[in-house]
Design a protein around this ligand. Structure first.
Ligand code: NAP
Length: 523
C-alpha cells in the first residue's frame, strides 16, 4: 500500500481524523466499508500485520475451516458463492481480500501499525492513537482488534525447557516435516478437532492431551451442490432465502445451547449417539464423554475427529499434564511421553479482563483498571468515561449458537450511526451515561446467570477466573439485533450541539437530559 508521505504525515500529526479503526479483520473491514458508504472517508484503518484478514490471515493450520455454515458466516451485504458448506480458511481469506478489493478499502488501511495506547483529550474531544511507529489523532475510534487475536501458550511448568519445536495453532509454520516425528497436541477445542485429523495423516505418531472432553456433533460438510451454486449465481434471491432459513435454524439452536431446556437434553442425546456410533471401545468412549451441559463450551463439529483419535498412530492421553521436560511431556501419574514437536491448540488471550492496549479515557481513567475483574460495556459497544470509542466484538457480544458476523454487523451499524450523528451535529463528544450502562449490565448479568455458560458445569474461556461472564450475549441474535437497531440518544451525554440531534429513524430527539445539564464546553 503506497500512501503519499505528506498524506501519512498529516494523518499522524496535527490533522484530526474523523475516525481511526483498529484492525483489518472482518469487523475492521466491515466498519471501513460502512463508514465510506455513509460518506465518511476521513479515517484510517490501522493494522499491525501486512495483510488484511485478521484471524483468517493468522490461522493457517492444516484443516482450518469455519464451523458455521459459510452462507451465514459472511457479510450480509457481500454474498459469495461458497465452494463448500463450511468453507476452508483459505477461501474465507480470499473472500475478505476480494471484498476489500471490490470496495476499494485498501486506500484506508495503514499496515504495520501496532496500536499500543489510546488516550482521550477531554478538552479537545480527541483520541490520540499511539502505534509502535507513530501517533494519529481522531475524533472517534472503532476498536476492531478482535477478541481472539493473541495466541496464548499454556503456562505449563517447564515449557521453556522443551528441546524440540513448539508451535501454536494460530502461528502455524508449514515448513516442518512431521513424517518421522512424534507430535504432541495440547488441547481438544474447536481448533484441535480440525487440526488433529490432518496431523494423524502427516505425522509418524500423534499424542493428544485432553483436559476436558467436549461435545462433538457431525459437521456433515460437503461441497455446495453444483445445482445450488448455479441457482445462487442466476437468482441471488435464492441465496438470501437460504441464508435466512439457516439463520432461523441457528436461532432455534439457541434454545438448546444458551439455556437448559428439553432441547439441551436432545443435543446431549445426539452427542452420545454420535460418540457410540463412532467409537466402539467403551473405555475410550468414557474418556470422550463430556461431564457438562452442551453449550457450556463451544460445540465441536467434526466428521473425522473421532476416527482420527482411533487411528493406529494416534493416542489419547487424559491424565493431566504435570510438566514439560526437554524431550517430552510428563503427566501426573509420572509417565514421560516423548515428543519431537508440541502443538498448542490452547486458544487465545481473550480480551475479557483488559483491552490489549492501554486505554485512558476522561479524567485519566484507565479502562485496563476498570476491566481488571471483567470487561463490561453498554450494548457491548460503548463504555462510560470513554467518549467516542466503539468496540466491535466487545464485551458480551459473542454468540454460542450462530454466526458472530451477524452480531458484528449490528455493532458496526450502531457505531457508524453514532459517528454520523456526531458528524452531522458537529458534536465534540458522545458518551454513554453510567446510568444507562449500569441498567443494561444489570439486565444482561441477570440473564447470564441463567445461561448454560454460567451454570452448565464447565469452565470455559467465556468466563473470568472469578466466574464473571464478560464475553457472551445471553439470547437470540434477533434479540441482540433488536437492542442495537435504534440508537437511543437519551442514554448518551454529549458536548456540542445535541439540541437538534436527529434519531436514526429521522425523528427529532429531545436533548438527552444528562446532556442538557452539562455545560456546553465539557462536563
Ligand atoms: P479453546 O476453545 O480455548 O480450546 C483450548 C483447548 O486447550 C481446550 O481443550 C483446553 O482445555 C486446552 N488447554 C488450554 N490450556 C491448557 C493447559 N494448560 N493444559 C491442557 N490443556 C489446555 O481454543 P480453540 O480451540 O483455539 O478455540 C478458541 C475459539 O476460537 C473457539 O471457541 C471459537 O470461538 C474460535 N474458533 C472458531 C473456529 C471456527 O471454525 N469458527 C475454529 C477454531 C476456533 P479445557 O477445555 O480443559 O480448558
Amino acid at each position: 500500500m503506497s500512501v503519499p508521505v505528506a498524506h501519512e504525515e498529516r494523518e499522524k500529526t496535527s490533522h484530526i481524523l474523523t475516525a481511526v479503526v483498529i484492525g483489518a479483520g472482518f469487523s475492521g473491514i466491515g466498519a471501513a466499508i460502512r463508514l465510506s458508504e455513509r460518506g465518511i472517508d476521513d479515517f484510517v484503518v490501522l493494522e499491525r500485520g501486512q495483510e488484511v484478514g485478521g484471524t483468517w490471515r493468522d490461522n493457517v493450520y492444516p484443516g482450518v475451516a469455519c464451523d458455521v455454515p459459510s452462507i451465514l458466516y459472511s457479510y450480509s451485504f457481500a454474498p459469495h458463492n461458497w465452494s463448500k458448506i463450511y468453507a476452508d480458511g483459505a477461501e474465507i481469506l480470499e473472500y475478505i481480500q476480494r471484498v476489500v478489493r471490490e470496495r476499494d478499502i485498501l486506500r484506508f488501511v495503514r499496515f504495520g501499525h501496532n496500536v499500543v495506547a489510546l488516550r482521550y483529550d477531554e478538552d479537545e474531544g480527541v483520541w490520540t492513537v499511539t502505534t509502535d511507529t507513530g501517533e494519529f489523532r481522531a475524533r472517534n475510534v472503532i476498536a476492531s482488534y478482535g477478541p481472539l487475536a493473541n495466541a496464548s501458550l499454556p503456562s505449563i511448568p517447564g515449557i521453556e525447557e522443551f528441546g524440540g519445536t513448539i508451535l501454536h495453532s494460530a502461528r502455524w509454520e508449514d515448513d516442518h516435516d512431521l513424517s518421522d516425528k512424534t507430535v504432541a497436541v495440547i488441547g481438544t477445542g474447536s481448533t484441535a478437532v480440525q487440526l488433529i485429523p490432518h496431523l494423524v495423516r502427516r505425522a509418524r505418531k500423534v499424542v493428544v492431551y485432553q483436559r476436558t472432553a467436549g461435545w462433538v456433533l457431525p459437521r456433515r460438510d460437503t461441497a455446495t451442490p453444483a445445482m445450488a451454486r448455479a441457482l445462487f449465481e442466476r437468482l441471488p434471491v435464492t441465496q438470501r432465502l437460504a441464508r435466512s432459513a439457516l439463520f432461523r435454524v441457528a436461532e432455534l439452536s439457541a434454545l438448546a445451547l444458551v439455556w437448559n431446556t428439553a432441547l439441551t437434553s436432545l443435543v446431549a442425546a445426539a452427542g452420545k449417539r454420535y460418540l457410540r456410533s463412532e467409537v466402539e471401545d467403551p473405555w475410550l468412549r468414557r474418556q470422550l464423554t463430556p461431564d457438562f451441559r452442551p453449550g457450556c463450551k463451544r460445540m465441536l463439529l467434526s466428521d473425522d475427529y473421532f476416527a482420527a483419535l482411533q487411528a493406529d498412530n494416534c493416542e489419547l492421553v487424559t491424565w493431566p499434564i504435570a510438566r514439560i521436560g526437554r524431550s517430552g511431556i510428563m503427566t501426573c501419574e509420572g509417565i514421560e511421553h516423548h515428543a519431537d514437536v508440541i502443538i498448542c491448540a490452547t486458544g487465545y488471550e481473550v480480551t475479557k479482563t483488559a483491552p490489549p492496549m492501554e486505554i485512558i479515557g476522561r479524567q485519566g481513567r484507565s479502562l485496563n483498571e476498570e476491566w481488571a475483574r471483567g470487561a463490561f460495556a453498554y450494548k457491548s459497544i460503548n463504555v462510560a468515561g470513554y467518549p467516542n470509542l466503539y468496540f466491535t466484538f466487545g464485551p458480551n457480544a459473542g454468540p454460542g449458537h450462530t454466526s458472530a458476523l451477524i452480531y458484528m454487523e449490528a455493532q458496526i451499524e450502531y457505531a457508524v450511526e453514532l459517528i454520523s450523528i456526531m458528524e452531522k451535529r458537529n458534536l465534540k463528544s458522545l458518551e454513554v451515561s453510567r446510568t444507562a450502562q449500569e441498567k443494561y449490565n444489570t439486565w444482561l448479568q441477570g440473564r447470564l446467570a441463567k445461561s448454560t455458560w454460567n451454570s452448565g458445569g464447565c469452565r470455559s474461556w467465556y468466563l473470568t477466573d472469578d466466574g464473571f461472564n464478560a464475553t457472551m450475549f445471553p439470547g437470540f441474535a434477533t434479540t441482540y439485533r433488536r437492542i442495537l437497531e435504534e440508537v437511543d440518544l437519551h442514554g448518551y451525554l454529549a458536548t456540542g450541539d445535541l439540541a437538534t440531534a436527529i434519531s436514526p429513524s429521522g425523528n427529532r430527539q429531545s436533548p438527552a437530559p444528562e446532556a442538557a445539564r452539562r455545560p456546553a464546553s465539557r462536563s
